[in-house]
Design a protein around this ligand. Sequence first.
Ligand code: SAH
Length: 247
Amino acid sequence: MTNFNSQAAANLADLATPPGAGAYGHQRQQMVHQQLMGRGITDARVLEAMLEVPRHCFVPPSEVRCAYWDQPLPTSQGQTISQPYIVAFMTDIAAIPAQGRVLEVGTGSGYQAAILAKLATTVYSIEIIDSLARQAQQTLAELGYENIHIKQGNGYQGWPEHAPYDAILVTAAPTRVPSALVDQLAMGGKLVVPVGYSSQTILVITRHLTGVSTEYTIPVRFVPMIGEEPGEGPVPTAGANPGQGMA
Ligand code: SAH
């Protein structure tokens, strides 16, 4: 957790003073420094987004004091808000271009969508549980986000009306790669998705002119994706996994 590399240190030095000085700003700085840079996240745009978004505004009142801890937290309806490192890791490997259009499946609290909205031009996010979609919409509106569009629905089919996407992040776990999401990737676009049963591997599927390539990254535990249909995509195999994460 303390083996910072020089690129990460340079990136931290470049970061502006976070908004919302005081305890939460300080906790966010510590979170970025220790949990993210300490584990090798170096992209300044990702670090800056994680430094700016007030995570404590996305958790239930009973969890506010733990908002910046190195762990996932419960939200309502038995769902979770992912560990900060996993949010940063997925955002990082999605390689979102500056003018990018991004789809998220599994809005939950809206926290990951808020991070994505700092990097992309427009974020579309789908949540299957209506009350969560409404709550996230309200939280994001109160915080002033205008480039996030949320709808209630089954994200297994994606959101074809706004495709293609430069990146698609799935924050609930299907047992196979949803083929509709692969179809909605732009050329060069990346689908970041935890695939598996009780534990999963985060896959990065990149669309090329000639087809798709699949990269296997870290093992994680996400809540299962609801409303899944049988698919044809790959099921991850045990591979050389560099680390362990908790969603
Ligand atoms: N990204 C969220 C955390 C996601 S938890 C955050 O930042 O807080 C996973 C979410 O995926 C849950 O809210 C769950 O209701 C939702 N979900 C599960 N299956 C889904 C599906 N088929 N389509 C859309 N959302 C789904």
